[in-house]
Structure formats: C-alpha cells, structure tokens
Design a protein around this ligand. Structure first.
Ligand code: PEP
Ligand code: MN
Length: 355
C-alpha cells in the first residue's frame, strides 16, 4: 500500500501516520523523490487481511493522508500529476526537457579508439552533446560481436575526456552497476532489459542519469512502470527513449511509435527522446524518422554513427555517417524553433584542442 501525504505536514504529523501503521503491525517507509515534493509512505507487513482492512480505514480517515493507493500498479512518481513541473535532466551540457533538447550520437559498439575519437569530434562539432557507444552489447545471437567489454569502457572514458563530451553506455547487469559508476556519465538500460527489475532497482539506488529504452513489446504503461522502479529507488534523473516496437512488417526493423511519444509527453513529467536508428534499421530512413520524433515533441535523439557504416561490427545497415548526423542536427534546430524550443550545445570555451 502507498500513502500520498498532504503537502503541508510537519515531521510530527508524518511520525503519527507511521505510528498508526506500526500499531497495527505494519512498517511504513518514507519515499521522497528529488525536489518535486512528492511525499509518499510505503506501507508493508503481513499482519493479515483483517489488520490490513482496519489499517486502510484508519488511514482513509487520517487528516494527514491525501490518498491511499493500492501499490500493485501504482505509478505515483512517474505520473505527470506527481510533479510540480517538468523534470529536466542534465548530463554535462546536454539538457533534456524544459524547452531544450539534446542530440546523442556515436557508434552502436565501441570498436577502436581512433574511430571513436573521430566520431566524438564530429558529434560535438555538429551540435551533439553526448557520445554513445556500447562496450557490453546485448546481442540477439551469442555468435555476434559482444563488444570490447572493459577495454571499450576505458576507451569511451578517454575519448570523452579528450573531446570534452559526456558518455552514455549500456549497463547489462545489476552486479556491474557499481563498477560502471565512474566509467560513464549516463547509464543506458536497453530494450531487452527494460523489465529487468533487479537492474532497475540497482540503478535506482544511484543518482546517475539513466537513459531507459522501451522494451520492444512493452506497452506505454509497462514502460512507465519500469521508470517508476527507478524513481521509487530515489533516482529521478531519467530520460525515456522510444526505439520502435515490434510490428508485422519487415519493411522497417521496428515501428517507431511516435503516437506514444506524444502520449508520454502528456502522461509523465520525465523527458522523452527518440532512437530513429533502431526503429528504422536502414540508414536512409534515419533522418525522416528523426524529424518525426522532434515534430511530435521528443526532447532529443540518439543516433548510431559510423564513418564507414557498412564496415560497422554491429547494426551496420542503420549506421549513418557524420555528414548525415550534421544534417539531422540542422533539421532538429529548425523543428525545435517552430515550438519555441532549442538544442542544447557544448560551449565553445570547453572545446579541447584537437591534436
Ligand atoms: C543500443 O542502443 O545499442 C541498443 C542495443 O538498443 P536497444 O536496446 O534499443 O535495442
Ligand atoms: Mn545498435
């Protein structure tokens, strides 16, 4: 059971509510997320159905309690109404939300340092503010390239520092969260792991920004509930990412669900971005899909880039080159200006010297 407490309570009022729960054999734990002032109590215990019913009636009448919520399916923290304002997520100079959008670009997988450096410089020069690159790759086939692992992570860190751009990379398992904390500026939780609750719980314990990708068959509600796990753990630095859902037509790799992007922008206070690369599956479709994402209100894009796309070790067919990325950045600036929004950029003063 979750309790939403009234806004104007003293700590004595909160203590009284906890005491009422304890008197009937239940434990109450406070959940307070970020600066948004959502004040919840999670009530747990197995004192039996009678005690639970009694507790519910006591709490429903309690002056300090605004609402008693059945915790199964509750999405108190992720809902739009839970926030006084839109959540803005900042990673370095990348700003997602609050009228600003950000571009993330980089290879599907980190392949070698020279190539990563070339991509990172190109991304930054075009107006990107975050470098992506998988080091641990969740591949559909066990025989496909699985990423460079720790070596790839180290390359990402070095290149990010050299170019002056923060890095986002996928974390595959709960046991890797702590060791990867210092290796990246933002965690990516991939489509195949959106419902991996132990991973969500572990990442939720950190304050590190998270890029949460929608499961390929997840409903909007399931997607939001995955974000709720992160929020319930205390991490509100979440950017949602629509990356295409399974369809019946193989003309595109996935179906970019722009309707759900528009819906999410109204259903939650969290920023939402679009991944046109994994949706399209074909390089020539990435630019038009990118435009559609920004047009429906996305707060940014994540795009796979490779200087020689056809030679990429993974997802070669959908990789675009740096010139195409720059064209997408131009489209994005223009589309954002129609809505009175703008693209966050790396400040020139922090541009490191090329050598
Ligand atoms: C990726 O971004 O590299 C990736 C594997 O994406 P997804 O989880 O959306 O398939
Ligand atoms: Mn990929």
């Amino acid at each position: 059971m979750l309790l939403r407490l009234r806004d104007d309570l003293t700590s004595e009022d909160t203590y009284q509510v906890c005491a009422s729960c304890e008197a009937l054999g239940f434990r109450a734990r406070e959940i307070q997320v970020g600066e948004r002032g959502v004040h919840l109590l999670e009530v747990e215990g197995d004192a039996g159905p009678e005690a639970a019913a009694k507790l519910r009636s006591v709490l429903e009448d309690h002056l300090a309690v605004a609402a008693v919520i059945d915790a199964r399916g509750a999405s108190e923290l992720v809902d739009q109404s839970a926030a006084r304002s839109e959540t803005v997520v900042r990673v370095g100079e990348a700003v997602f939300g609050g009228g600003q959008a950000a571009l993330i670009g980089g290879p599907c997988a980190v392949e070698n340092e020279d190539q990563l450096l070339e991509i990172a410089r190109g991304v930054r020069a075009a107006g990107g503010t975050l470098l992506r690159g998988g080091a641990m790759k969740p591949r559909s086939s066990p025989y496909a390239f699985q990423g460079l692992g720790k070596e790839g992570l180290a390359m990402l860190g070095r290149v990010g520092r050299e170019v002056g751009i923060p890095v986002v990379t996928e974390v595959l398992e709960p046991s890797a969260v702590e060791t990867m904390l210092d290796a990246c500026d933002m965690f990516q939780i991939g489509s195949r792991n959106m419902s991996n609750t132990p991973l969500l719980v572990e990442v939720g314990k950190t304050k590190k920004p998270v890029l949460l990708k929608r499961g390929m068959s997840a409903t909007a509600r399931e997607f939001l509930m995955a974000a709720e796990y992160l929020l319930a753990g205390g991490n509100d630095q979440i950017v949602l990412c629509e990356r295409g859902i399974r369809g019946f037509d193989s003309a595109t790799r996935n179906v970019l669900d722009v309707g759900t992007v528009a819906h999410l922008k109204r259903a939650t206070h969290l920023p939402v971005i679009v991944d046109p690369s994994h949706a399209a599956g074909r390089s020539e479709l990435v630019r038009p899909l990118a435009k559609s994402g920004i047009a429906v209100g996305a707060d940014g894009l994540i795009i796979e880039i490779n200087p020689t796309p056809m030679r990429a070790h993974s997802d070669a067919r959908q990789a675009i080159d740096l010139a195409e990325f720059a064209a997408i950045a131009d489209d994005t600036r223009r589309l954002l200006s129609i809505d009175g929004r703008s693209l966050s950029t790396c400040s020139t003063s922090t541009q490191p010297q090329a050598h």
